[in-house]
Design a protein around this ligand. Structure first.
Ligand code: NAD
Length: 496
């Protein structure tokens, strides 16, 4: 029998009433493990009402009380990482070490939010006018919502919730319906950490729940991470309903390899960044742009490494790469390999022919060479274990290719030349740049975000921009009469 995953509202599990559910699978076995409730607009409204009530109290909680909860949550997350990692692997499919990596990055975000008393400090100008002081404060927005993708079911919710809660908001999470259990684990852990009921809620669902969030008058802000078409929709709909919105979209990340690069270093980086988590990372490398004579050496070095990757159940510690999230997604990724071959790319390693477990949603690693910019393998976000190599004669060819792309999440350059790296950092029109680092995810005290079709809105996620997003500024101009001129008996001698 499959288990049922229900909403978390007002500090308790609440069975869905919409009558709609979706199946949840273990992608490594292909078997359904649970069904998840899909919320109606009325159920979203219940969660928002409970959050609104809780937000009133939570914004009055002292900074030290809020920090205490954040520290307690951090300790529980750290101490129980094994448990959470197993939950992630069982529904997402990524290998356990990668699930631990996700939790480690989530922890960094929680640790950053523990510093909220420092982060929310305002400014103070004494005597801006005679007897007049001016100062700024930052206040929470109230109820804020997060809509998150399947690929980081613990980390992305905490990119948002850690700062949102630390700043004094109540947070309503609508996680991916494909791997919803991590969200429930987070909800219970927040409660164990002492967070008042209603400050963190979970409503499971699909478009119906998302639309209810985007149009609810009591939700002040929406953070979204997912694919570009949905990100655009979230941004347009949410802002049309008067909300603050940050919507992070899809990606097509390029890694430039210059002829002087250490090819072994670049090949190791390409393999881990293209095939880690089966390519289902928004910062995965999808295109290697090999400049000049780097091409043949790079392709040979990557191809030599691929047979060594063990593909299987992510719960097995010997596995290097797990399955894809669903059968449909696996088939869609495989169809891109067919399309690439038909349009003239060289299939150096073909994931469709790999020896992978028959059950489950597995696909082997694929390496395509001589990919050109018109091919769908190049134009589309594939989100699977497929690496395309595009050949370029010069650095300028590589730069022009990247800067013409509709996506601009992350990019990387591999070179031994500091001047070339510095020029790339200056020239490239992408939000996050790695220099000899293939996956340049910013640490928690910077902010995460792409440019162009990879981000709608003007605020990047987490870090200082996250704190800004979840608070609004207020400036107070205050005049107090000089006590010497006061007519009130203040109970102390007037000196002037
Ligand atoms: P997705 O866009 O399909 O879903 C994201 C969220 O939107 C989910 O909660 C889903 O339930 C909801 N949703 C889906 N269809 C919807 C619709 N029609 N209307 C309203 N809501 C809808 O993304 P996914 O497949 O879960 O995740 C993979 C995508 O996320 C990739 O494109 C990846 O690049 C992107 N991603 C981006 C970043 C980033 O930082 N830019 C990070 C992680 C993932």
């Amino acid at each position: 029998m499959v288990s049922r995953i229900s909403h978390w509202i007002g500090g308790a599990t609440l069975a869905g009433t919409s009558g709609r559910v979706a199946p949840v699978f273990n992608p490594a076995t292909g078997l359904q493990s649970a069904e998840v409730d899909l919320a109606s607009a009325a159920e979203v409204a219940d969660a928002v009402a409970s959050a609104k009530e809780a937000a009133r109290e939570w914004r009055s909680a002292s900074l030290s009380r809020r920090t205490g909860v954040l520290f307690a949550f951090r300790e529980l997350l750290h101490a129980n990482a094994d448990e959470l990692a197993k939950i992630i692997t069982a529904e997402h499919g990524k290998v356990l070490s990668d699930a631990h990596g996700e939790i480690a990055r989530a922890l960094e975000n929680v640790e950053y939010a523990c510093g909220v008393p420092e982060l929310m400090k305002g400014g103070y100008s004494e005597q801006a006018g005679t007897g007049v002081d001016v100062y700024s404060i930052r206040q929470p927005l109230g109820v804020v919502a997060g809509i998150t993708p399947f690929n980081f079911p613990a980390m992305v919710p905490l990119w948002m919730a850690a700062n949102a809660i630390a700043c004094g908001n109540a947070f309503v999470l609508k996680p991916s319906e494909k791997d919803p259990s991590a969200a429930m684990w987070l909800a219970q852990t927040w409660q164990r950490a002492g967070l008042p009921d209603g400050v963190f809620s979970v409503v499971h669902g699909d478009k119906e729940a998302v639309d209810a969030i985007l149009t609810h008058p009591d939700i002040a802000a929406v953070s979204f991470v997912g694919s570009t078409p949905i990100a655009r929709y979230i941004y347009e709909t949410g802002t049309a309903h008067g909300k603050r919105v940050q919507a992070l979209g899809g990606a097509k990340n390029h890694m430039v390899v210059l002829p002087d690069a250490d090819i072994d270093l670049a090949a190791d980086a390409a393999v881990s960044a293209a095939y880690g988590a089966a390519g289902e990372r928004c910062m995965s490398i999808s295109v290697a742009v090999a400049v000049g004579d780097a091409g043949d050496r790079l392709v040979d070095a990557i191809a030599a490494r691929l047979p060594k990757l063990r593909i299987g159940d992510g719960a097995d510690p010997d596995t290097d790469m797990g399955p894809l999230i669903t059968r449909e997604h696996r088939d869609r990724v495989a169809s891109y390999i067919t399309a690439g071959a038909e349009s003239g790319a060289t299939v150096v390693v073909d994931g469709r022919e790999a020896d992978v477990p028959a059950d489950g949603f597995f696909l082997g690693t694929t390496l395509l060479d001589h990919v050109t910019r018109e091919m769908t393998v190049y134009t589309d976000e594939i989100f699977g274990p497929v690496l395309s190599v595009v050949r370029g004669a010069t650095y300028d060819d590589a730069l022009e290719l990247i800067n013409s792309n509709q996506f601009a999440n992350g990019t990387a350059i591999f070179t031994r030349d500091g001047g070339a790296a510095r020029r790339f950092q200056f020239d490239v029109e992408v939000g996050m740049v790695g220099i000899n680092v293939p996956i340049p995810v910013p640490v928690a005290y910077y902010s995460f975000g792409g440019w162009k079709g990879s981000l709608f809105g003007d605020t990047h996620m987490y870090g200082p921009e996250g704190v800004n997003f979840y608070t609004r500024g207020k400036v107070v101009t205050s005049r107090w009469p000089d006590p010497a001129t006061s007519t009130v008996d203040l109970g102390f001698p007037r000196t002037r």
